[in-house]
Write a protein that binds this ligand. Structure first.
Ligand SMILES: C[S@@+](CC[C@H](N)C(=O)[O-])C[C@H]1O[C@@H](n2cnc3c(N)ncnc32)[C@H](O)[C@@H]1O
Length: 472
């Protein structure tokens, strides 16, 4: 059954109260035999409500509330003892009978879970089920990887630790991907909703500023030279797209966000098209920034998170980000910051790999899939980025796909207009970080064995997307 005509929105309680209460009464009291006491929740007024409307009528909803103090009784009464930050309570999922069995409810739950873990970054999260809820409990267990705990006459589903939260977020991400590809429904931005409601303090930008998903599994001693080599190759095929991107003439300011060791920025500094530019490298990793500073002291370098940029509002003409978004747990928080620091009409230039474009033997594809499954960012973010960026006022102006193919003999790199030909070992060098997480040792070894047989063509495309802040 289709979900045509459905729109998903985050709602303030006061704007949906009458309809929401009527829907909850119909489901909780009339259908499930619960009492009036279960209809309203004391946290409703301040909570967030992800709602689905069909032709303007509320047909499904699920709500959440952020306890800023993990010692709040609303948390401790459930036996949760988190210590490091806020706790999210998910609650009151309701769907009108006509819209059950169409995947809407699963999408709403996954959307709420994912958004909360992406932008609030709680240290625990839970859902309390009252009433006849076996099917719902099974669905929650599947969606969170967390079994139900019986507490008197209720069932508790609790993500008690950060790693439980991470798993809940990854499973929700995969559910959203399945739902969105089936239904085409877009999830609205929770970050925007919280900012518009003056609830920006619920956003976890400061907590997330210490997180670097990229470096957390890597040995930096091996990684810095690998990245430097990758940046040279990248510049070789991006130069042409950069020239075509409609960058403004200097003087102007360009920020390379997630700049790594800075070789790419140093090569940009030599482009005649960027004469008169002030170039700024920003990276969360101190070793990357130290290397940039050492090699190019004339450029500006800041060690900072993409979630909390040390740059003034409307002060930047171009933000460039290569292979950053694929490493971000919270792309929405980064987009909010990029939209804040760019001048109106400013350019946001993104380059990233896109895993679904991988082609090669099954062992390589299995390794790529295993890496994605355990990763707290999405390696398919480029498919989502246009919709996410649009909600921050960006217009997509240009896209390009560059296939990297391993069809040269042992070493070498050739940049052609339609693809980059690489030596087998050069491409393998770019892929070698897949083997860094300990849990991937086995799939990595299998992939390596197959790759080193030297018979299979492997390719992957790097996607470029250029956005302008504001209408075209
Ligand atoms: C794959 S490297 C890409 C480096 C360079 N842009 C390139 O194209 O080679 C990803 C970089 O993003 C940085 N990074 C990861 N998370 C970040 C965050 N939240 N804020 C800023 N930088 C971050 C990492 O430290 C790393 O240098």
């Amino acid at each position: 059954m289709s979900l045509d005509g459905i729109a998903l929105r985050w709602m303030r309680f006061e704007d949906v109260e009458a309809e929401l209460m009527a829907l909850r009464r119909a489901v909780f009291i009339d259908e499930q035999g619960l009492t009036e006491a279960e209809v309203a929740d004391p946290t409703d007024a301040e909570g967030v409500h992800l709602c689905a409307f069909a032709d303007g009528e509320l047909v499904a909803a699920v709500s959440a509330y952020v306890f800023e103090d993990p010692d709040d009784e609303g948390v401790t009464e459930w036996g949760l003892a988190p210590s490091r930050g806020p706790v999210v309570r998910f609650t009151k999922r309701v769907t009108t009978p006509a819209f059950r069995g169409r995947g809407l409810s699963a999408l709403l739950l996954a959307g709420l879970f994912h958004a909360a873990h992406e932008v609030v970054r709680p240290c625990a999260a839970f859902f309390v089920l009252k009433g006849p809820h076996r099917a719902m409990s099974d669905a929650l267990a599947r969606l969170s990887g967390l079994p139900a705990e019986a507490r008197g006459d209720v069932l508790l589903h609790a993500a008690r630790t950060l790693s439980d939260c991470d798993r809940q977020m990854r499973l929700a991400r995969d559910q959203i991907e399945r739902s969105v590809s089936k239904t085409g429904l877009a999830l609205p931005s929770l970050t925007r909703h919280l900012l518009e409601r003056g609830l920006g303090r619920w956003l976890g930008a400061e907590r997330l500023a210490g997180e670097n998903l990229y470096t957390e599994t890597l040995n930096l001693r091996d990684e810095l030279p690998r990245l430097t080599a990758q940046e040279r190759i990248l510049f070789g095929y991006q130069r042409h797209h950069l020239v075509q991107a409609g960058l403004p003439p200097g003087p102007a300011t360009l920020v390379d966000l997630g700049c790594g060791p800075g070789s790419y920025l140093a090569m940009m500094a030599r482009m005649p098209e960027l004469a008169g530019y002030t170039l700024i490298g920003v990276d969360q990793c101190p070793q990357m920034i130290a290397q940039g500073r050492l090699e190019r002291p004339g450029l500006a370098w800041h060690q900072a998170s993409a979630y909390t940029l040390p740059l003034a509002d409307r002060s930047v003409d171009v933000v460039h980000a290569s292979f950053l978004f694929i490493n971000l747990r919270s792309p929405d928080l980064a987009l909010a910051e990029i939209a804040r620091v760019l001048k109106p009409g400013g350019i946001f230039y993104v380059v990233d790999v896109h895993d679904p474009t991988f082609q090669g033997p099954p062992e390589i594809l299995a390794l790529v899939a295993a890496y994605h499954a355990g990763n707290n960012a999405s390696r398919r973010i480029m498919a989502e980025l246009p919709a996410r960026a649009a909600s921050w006022g960006f217009t997509l102006t240009r896209t390009a796909a560059t296939p990297l193919v391993n069809d040269l003999p042992e070493t070498g790199v050739e940049v052609h207009p339609d693809r980059v030909r690489m030596g087998r070992m050069n491409l393998w060098g770019l892929l070698s970080f897949f083997g860094q997480p300990e849990a991937l040792e086995e799939p990595f070894e299998r992939a390596r064995e197959v790759y080193l047989r030297g018979e299979d063509e492997v390719q992957v495309s790097v996607l470029t997307q250029v956005y302008r802040l504001g209408a075209p």
